[in-house]
Ligand binder design. Structure first.
Ligand code: BMA
Length: 884
């Protein structure tokens, strides 16, 4: 059976509101009036003991913070200390005076772009509506309720924690697990009973801050009814279609001529649009000339993100906007020599290996995520050669800017719906609010070419199939029915109705088509022959690639590490600065996490033993980062080199999205970027292991294999060059392989040799597994290096002989641009050389590297003003041999 989703697809990138205004004024020659209610509101707690100004958009925590009632929410144990905030009810109030002109309009709506979460809304003391879902926009008709002069809006928010508890208690017929997070997370219970960021009640990488507030904009909008459009691209197997969808709200019948054109494609189509009274949907389709050369949107690394000018003309006025064109297919078809089905994405007809990671909320208080934070994180992803991110289902549907930037930067988005690691209730009011959430989010996001797949939830198929919650056998059918009702009969049905242009997966991990055939819950959603896989193993030696799952698509895998000392220092006191401190224990939300990191690190590295306790603490943070970087490197390289082969029936891996890109606070986690944007060692490693062209070396039963992995579009003739030597920067022995053809989008073996022969070939028997390591790179037929230099340890560094303290010294000089050059000098081969500019924010060109030469130059791009002096003072250099 071949299951292929193939859609030709174009995306309108214009601003929906302006288009709405456009149509509106065309029809009525009238304008829509808006009164923003953003800005200063008054906020008070339930007994009125706290009453103070609060900014909207915002939340109770950030308002308390601004008033000085609370300190940095992330400082030390404040997540627990500030729990009182979310156990209380809070009311936001604002007074405003709408103009007579606004009040005179036939329709006046009070619009909340986002209410967090459960609230009753009053206008002039009269209830206007209720909210129960932070992922929805709410609009209330308030025309007749507005009065001349001063009016007021009051939003009475209920404690999300109390609400969730009450909802779960009301659901008495059967349990909807889990009740509470594990105690190590210090979180709140029953988060699955509220449509709110699931991680806000705590997660294994984040604190419990169940926010309350008006987290998005509030406004009054008034108009004489006509229309507001959204856009809905359509599909065709052979042709590009630009489809514009409008939702119309008209009082009388009107007829308008509208023409759509893409001038550079010589394509134009005219329509007569008849507005009938009432609200209804209307779609206009522009079929692009088949002979046209459409400039397409490509993921980064595979081409440009072309925008094409699109023009709407009506009443002889031209309204230019822009569209993107791209296709996406999720290919699930038989593979020769392997049971099951393939699982990969084809963009514009080209199979593409997805390289990237998983995105979580960038702050517990979403209103504190600045545009610069979003841009910096996404730029960091692209700079690390990522082309894809998964917006994970336990957080939030991200803000518009996030998806705009992904469109611009060519980052593909795997978009989860916001359900994670739980069962969910299916009472009709719950389903209703979710239906509205899904409709709104799909309409908001479907015009983004970056979004390539919808996915119903995070790990709920696996939770059900592998019985995470110990549900008695007799009760299971109920949970299966609920699962299918929520994700298939409702969410999937809406997505298919609203957006037929992208694949939809019910869960992650899932067996995809196979799960569907098995009734949407596969017996084993982790089956490596189908779909995507999540894989975690903290206790097994992470260097042992033979234990790794040769999956079709690895959508989650990872290891924890601690952030750097400079990041932790901001939220701690000197008494916290040891690995065994109460603080270190408190910040760790994953059971046994701190011990697991040291155990894994201890398999290959000497653990820090400085007599100076602060130094030992800093060195321990460092060694956790070394461990994480090397573990995720090994695993990612395994997935990348598995893309072209089937071994024992498994392989054709076409995606590696490690867990997780970013952090929500300063604590231990799987992230490669610290809270605040600083790159961990893993992120510098990702820049290398996601290189478009990468040599991957590993040992298989005593034999060295070097693969060339290429994401390029063209073929290359390459050879591997292997160099090795441990104990001295001068001793180098070289082996050059034969030349091999490396096709674009493939992984091929380029060198194969028993390690014993390799070592013996170095002459005089001086090289052993303990005294030597290998570095290797690819060269083209002209002898030019292609891709980065990679390395392979032949034994654990803790067993290596001859590793010396490298005594690395440095000098800094400023270039004419705002960039600094750091010249390093080492007296010995040094592993995991780590430059840390402490509190000077910025990025190094490379970091955590193996230094096999006496001299090396690294550049530093500061993110703000600094000076050579400041940088010299801040800069510390640590290598593996320095910590014991
Ligand atoms: C995965 C994720 C998250 C979690 C991570 C690390 O399963 O989906 O729920 O944070 O593992 O445990």
């Amino acid at each position: 059976m071949i299951l292929i989703t193939r859609k030709n697809h174009c995306f309108l990138s214009f601003n929906q509101c302006s288009f709405s205004d456009l149509i509106f004024s065309l029809v009525y020659g009238d304008e829509r009036l808006e009164l923003s209610l953003n800005g200063k509101w008054i906020l008070q707690n339930s007994n009125g003991s706290l009453l103070f100004p609060a900014e909207v958009p915002g939340c109770v925590h950030s308002a308390l913070l601004k008033q000085g009632f609370i300190q940095d929410i992330y400082f030390r144990f404040n997540d627990v200390a500030y729990r009182w905030i979310v156990l209380d009810n809070w009311t936001y109030t604002i007074s405003f005076s709408p103009s007579n002109e606004l009040r005179a309009k036939q329709r006046v709506r009070l619009v909340f772009e986002g209410v967090d979460t459960v609230a009753s809304i009053f206008l002039n003391g009269v209830i206007t509506g209720n909210t129960d879902n932070m992922f929805r926009r709410y609009e209330f008709s308030v025309g007749k309720m507005l009065r001349g002069g001063e009016n007021n809006v009051e939003v009475r928010l209920l404690s999300p924690v109390v609400y969730s508890l009450e909802r779960s208690q009301a659901h008495s017929s059967y349990a909807v697990p889990p009740d509470c997070p594990p105690p190590v997370q210090k979180g709140e219970c029953h988060v699955n009973f509220i449509r709110k960021a699931q991680s806000s009640f705590s997660w294994d990488w984040g604190p419990s801050f169940p926010t309350l507030g008006l987290w998005k904009g509030v406004r009054l909008e008034a108009f004489n009814p006509s229309s507001f459009p959204s856009n809905l691209p359509d599909s065709s197997l052979s042709q590009w279609v630009v489809e514009v969808e409008g939702l119309f709200d008209a009082v009388e019948q009107t007829t308008v001529r509208v023409s759509l054109s893409v001038v550079e494609l010589w394509t134009e189509e005219a329509f007569t649009v008849r507005f009938l009274p009432g609200t209804h949907k209307c779609s206009l389709s522009l079929y692009v000339n088949q002979s046209s050369q459409v400039k397409q949107w490509w993921p980064t690394g595979h081409g440009e993100q072309c925008l094409v000018c699109f023009i709407v003309v009506s009443f002889s006025c031209e309204f230019p906007t822009q569209v993107y064109f791209r296709t996406v297919e999720l290919v699930q078809e038989p593979i020769a020599g392997s049971p099951g089905l393939s699982f990969y994405f084809r963009i514009n007809g080209k199979p593409i290996f997805l390289k990237g990671s998983n995105w979580i909320p960038a702050h517990a208080l979403q209103d504190l995520v600045s545009p610069a934070d979003v841009r910096n994180l996404l730029q960091s992803a692209v700079d690390a050669n990522m082309n894809a991110l998964r917006v994970w289902g336990g957080g939030v549907y991200e803000q518009d800017l996030f998806y705009d930037l992904c469109d611009e930067m060519g980052v593909m988005i795997w978009q989860d719906f916001m359900f994670a690691c739980a069962m969910y209730p299916t009472e009709s009011d719950f389903i209703q609010t979710i239906r509205e959430e899904v409709i709104q989010q799909v309409r908001r996001l479907k015009s983004h070419p970056s979004v390539i797949v919808w996915s119903g939830n995070n790990e709920n198929e696996a939770a059900l199939a592998t019985d995470w919650f110990k549900i008695p056998v007799v009760q299971r059918p109920q949970y299966y029915t609920d699962y299918v009702s929520l994700y298939v009969d409702n969410i999937r049905a809406i997505v298919l109705e609203e957006d037929g242009s992208r694949p939809f997966l019910v869960s992650s991990p899932t067996n995809g088509a196979e799960s569907q055939w098995e009734g949407w819950v596969s017996r084993d959603p982790y089956n490596l022959h189908y779909g995507d896989t999540h894989y975690y193993n903290y206790t097994h030696d992470c260097w042992d690639w033979t234990a790794l799952p040769r999956a079709r698509f690895a959508s989650e895998y990872g290891f924890q590490s601690w952030p750097s000392f400079s990041t932790l220092r901001k939220v701690s006191k000197p008494e916290d600065w040891s690995y065994g401190s109460t603080f270190s224990h408190h910040r760790q939300h994953h059971a046994e996490g701190n011990q697991q990191m040291l155990k894994q690190a201890g398999l290959h590295y000497h653990l820090p033993d400085s007599p100076d306790s602060l130094q030992r603490y800093k060195d321990t943070l460092y060694i956790t980062q070394v461990m994480q970087a090397q573990c995720v490197k090994t695993q990612t390289e395994f997935y990348r080199r598995s893309q072209s082969e089937i071994i024992e029936g498994k392989g054709h891996t076409m995606g590696a999205l490690y867990w997780q890109l970013n952090d929500i606070w300063q604590g231990p986690s799987w992230s490669s970027i610290e809270f605040g944007g600083k790159w961990k060692m893993l992120h510098y490693f990702a820049q290398e292991f996601f290189s478009p062209l990468l040599p991957v070396g590993f040992e298989d039963q005593g034999v060295l294999l070097v693969y060339a992995v290429s994401d390029l579009s063209h073929d290359l003739h390459l050879k591997a060059v292997v160099l090795y030597g441990w104990s001295s920067v001068d001793a180098v022995c070289t082996v050059v392989s034969g030349t091999a053809l490396v096709g674009g989008g493939s992984a091929v073996v380029i060198h194969k040799q028993p390690i014993t022969a390799l070592l013996a070939g170095c002459g005089s028997g001086s090289c052993t597994r303990l005294t030597c390591l290998m570095t290797y790179h690819l060269e083209d037929i002209n002898g030019c290096q292609q891709g980065p230099i990679n390395h392979l340890f032949l034994s654990s560094p803790k067993e290596a002989h001859g590793m010396l303290k490298p005594n690395i010294t440095f000098s800094v000089q400023q270039d004419e641009v705002r960039r600094y050059t750091i010249n390093l000098r080492s007296s010995a081969v040094a592993a995991f050389v780590w430059l840390d500019a402490l509190d000077v924010p910025g990025r190094f060109s490379t970091n955590g590297f193996l230094m096999v030469t006496r001299n090396r130059t690294v550049t530093f791009d500061p993110w703000g003003p600094t000076s050579t002096k400041q940088l010299v003072q801040a800069l510390t250099i640590t290598s593996l041999r320095d910590v014991y």
